[in-house]
Each structure stands twice: as C-alpha cells, then as structure tokens.
Design a protein around this ligand. Structure first.
Ligand SMILES: Cc1cc2nc3c(=O)[nH]c(=O)nc-3n(C[C@H](O)[C@H](O)[C@H](O)COP(=O)(O)OP(=O)(O)OC[C@H]3O[C@@H](n4cnc5c(N)ncnc54)[C@H](O)[C@@H]3O)c2cc1C
Length: 350
C-alpha cells in the first residue's frame, strides 16, 4: 500500500487523513495530543470546560497512525518526527501561529493551551489591551467584554479601520456594537514597547493594562522546511503550490491550509476545501486520472461578537443575530460527522 505522511493534524491534516485512510497507509504527525477546533477556542474565556473534553486524534480516526511529535525536517521521500519516516506522498498542513508576543503581560491566543493555561489571569484582569484589529482581535474583544461588564477593553490597531480586509460597513458595524458597550479603540497606532503593565504607542502615548493580547496577524509554520523544499518558500515563509496544490517542483508533495501562499483569507473552510482537492488528487494519481484544480472562493465570514451575538459579513452586507452565534458555536460539534463522511467526499464535486 502507498504510504502518505501528513504533517499537522488540524483542519486540513485531519480531513486529508480521513479521505485517504481507506486506500493508503496514512501516518499523521501532530505535536498536540488532542484535536482543537481553533475557531471556537476564544469562547473558552467564558465557558467552563476542561482539557479532558477535547478528543484524542486516535479516537477520531482509528485507521490512521498518529505520532505525537514535532516534524523537524522533511526531504523528498523522508520526514523526521522523532524518528525517520519514509513516504510515497507528503501533505504539509502545519498551519500558522499568531506573531510573537511582547515579553511582559502579553498573551498570544492561538491555541487551546495558550488560553487555558492563562485563564485565571485573563478572568482576573480588569483592563485588557487587544493589539491588532483583524478577525481574531475582534472576536477576542467580544469575549473579554462579555466575561465581565466592568472590564475595560481597548483595541489598538495600526490601520485606519479595523477588519480592513472586509467592507467598510462591517468595520463600522463592529465598532458601533463594541463602542455602545464601553469598548474603546485607538486606530492608526501601534504598540512599540512594554514596561510591565505600561504599553507605549508609536505616538508616545502610554496605555495601562493588566493584560495584553497579540492578534497582529499570522505567520506560517514552515521553519522545518529546508534543503530541496526551501526554494518552494515565498519571502513570507508560505509554501508555493500550483493549482493542483502540489508543492512547486514536487509532484508527490502537497501543501494545504494556512501554510500555503494561495491568496485570500486563511480560514477553516478554505483549509477544508484545499484538503479535499489535495487528498482527492493523491487518489486520482493512484487511479491514473487527471488531477483537480483548487479555485479560491471569497466566502462570507462569520464573526462572534462576544457570548451573545455574531455577525455574518458578505462584502458590505451584514446580518447580526444571536442565532448566528449558536450556529458558529455548534460547528465544532460536527467535526466528527464531517470526518466520518469525508471518505465519500473524494467522489463529490468540490
Ligand atoms: C483564535 C482563532 C480563531 C479563528 N476563528 C476562525 C473562524 O471563526 N472561522 C474560520 O474559518 N477560521 C478561523 N480561524 C482560522 C482557522 O482556524 C485556520 O485557518 C485553520 O485552522 C487552518 O487550518 P490548517 O490545517 O492549515 O492549520 P491548523 O488548523 O492550525 O492545524 C495545524 C496543525 O499543525 C500542528 N503543527 C504545527 N507545526 C507542527 C510540526 N512541526 N509538527 C507537527 N505538528 C505541527 C499544529 O499543532 C496544528 O494542530 C481562527 C484562527 C484563530 C487562531
């Protein structure tokens, strides 16, 4: 049986493994011990849940061999995760992480652990500084404002408007929603330095906060790529792929999800759509069929606005409703269902 090695068991990696598990010998290396549904991790601030509630990858996909080690190197035909693993096909799905934090009083909220291990401090703080007004910063601000109405939450954002990759009406609607509830904004400003609970902005203003959160954008996790794959990295560290999602210059190696240099918003849905194309193309190669192409789509974005509201944005069209929040919160519960049905999806149009 042909061997597939998958690096990373998040949105893209788990879906690829699920599609390929029947016809291939699939090994998946994932450094975390349990599966995290990332779009829902910020809600942990306002809900009582323990680590034990997260599922183990092995329970979700029993036919896949999991290695809970970090992938430290890959070269054509060989991957290193603890020990060396040979493969016929490679799929890189190691995602991205939020850009680094300042040393003091700053959290980078990109994983379950980064929030869970700081939960006491987050809940015990009264003044919060959110650095960066993209989708993650906006959702985080909502959770912090919901956790205690006495909380003072300030967002500092370098651009002229928050959510600047979305329509101006979306930025206005979100600012209006938070400002009416006491949230504050400092636009066209950047945090340049910190001293304990003091944060210095680029215009010299000093801001005090018990705790700050970095949400200034993502960087791809591709630092283990060197040697033959290094020329496939873009200047930003993303992996360059062709329209079939093959890594440039490598027919049997694919990259999927946040690590790719594909233009467009990096989202869970995009990662899943790409996973179906890449895994489907591995099946098609084996069957001697023509490969499929990935077509980026600009899809509506669903943003939570705290623990009682959410907003669906499509261009400048907006729907705000607590029902949308319920929809967003329930998505994570369907991951198992989606993985269970993924093996059939290779036969379905993407
Ligand atoms: C706080 C937050 C909220 C978000 N909310 C939304 C949302 O509401 N809707 C939406 O569509 N998108 C959202 N996103 C983005 C979405 O989560 C990502 O686009 C999606 O998870 C990307 O999937 P992926 O498989 O590429 O990466 P991931 O899902 O991040 O998976 C990558 C996996 O690789 C593992 N890994 C990394 N390096 C190694 C290594 N060297 N060896 C082994 N394993 C490794 C990681 O542990 C991780 O499990 C959010 C992101 C964040 C951070």
């Amino acid at each position: 049986m042909d061997r597939v090695f998958i690096a990373g068991g998040g949105a893209a990696g788990m879906l690829c493994a699920s599609i390929l598990q029947d016809g291939f010998d699939v090994t998946l290396a994932e450094k975390k011990r349990r599966y995290e549904f990332i779009p829902d991790i910020l809600s942990l601030i306002n809900r009582d849940e323990e680590h034990g509630d997260l599922q183990r990858h092995e329970e979700m996909l029993p036919n896949v061999s999991f290695i809970h080690k970090e992938v430290t190197a890959v070269s054509p035909g060989l991957a290193v995760a603890g020990k060396e693993h040979e493969f016929d096909y490679l799929v890189l799905c190691t995602g991205s992480s939020l850009r680094g934090a300042f040393d003091s009083n700053t959290i980078s909220p990109y994983s379950y652990d980064s929030i869970h291990s700081n939960l006491e401090m987050i809940r015990g703080s009264e003044s919060h500084l959110v650095i960066g007004g993209g989708p993650v910063g906006v959702e985080l601000m909502g959770e912090l404002m919901s956790s205690d109405e006495k909380n003072d939450v300030l967002m500092v954002h370098g651009g002229e408007r928050i959510l600047n990759r979305m329509g101006p009406k979306v930025s206005e609607a979100v600012m209006w929603h938070y400002s009416n509830r006491g949230g504050r904004f400092a636009l066209s400003k950047r945090v340049v330095e910190t001293w304990g609970s003091k944060f210095i902005l680029d215009d010299g203003e000093e801001v005090e906060a018990d705790l700050a959160y970095m949400s200034t954008g993502f960087r791809p996790v591709t630092d283990y790529l060197a040697g033959e794959y290094a020329p496939s990295l873009s200047p930003s560290g993303h992996v360059k792929v062709n329209h079939c999602l093959q890594i440039q210059g490598h027919q049997n190696a694919y990259a999927v999800g946040d690590i790719t240099a594909i233009r467009g918003e990096k989202t869970y849905i995009a990662a899943e759509r790409q996973a179906k194309v890449a895994a489907g193309n591995i099946v098609r190669t084996k069957e001697g069929k023509t490969l499929s192409s990935y077509r980026p789509l600009s899809l509506p974005m669903l943003l939570s606005l705290g623990s009682d509201n959410a907003l669906l944005a499509c261009g400048d069209h907006i729907i705000k409703s607590s029902l949308l929040l319920r929809l967003k919160r329930s998505e994570g519960k369907y991951v198992n269902f989606k993985l269970g049905h993924a093996r059939f999806s290779k036969a379905m149009p993407i």
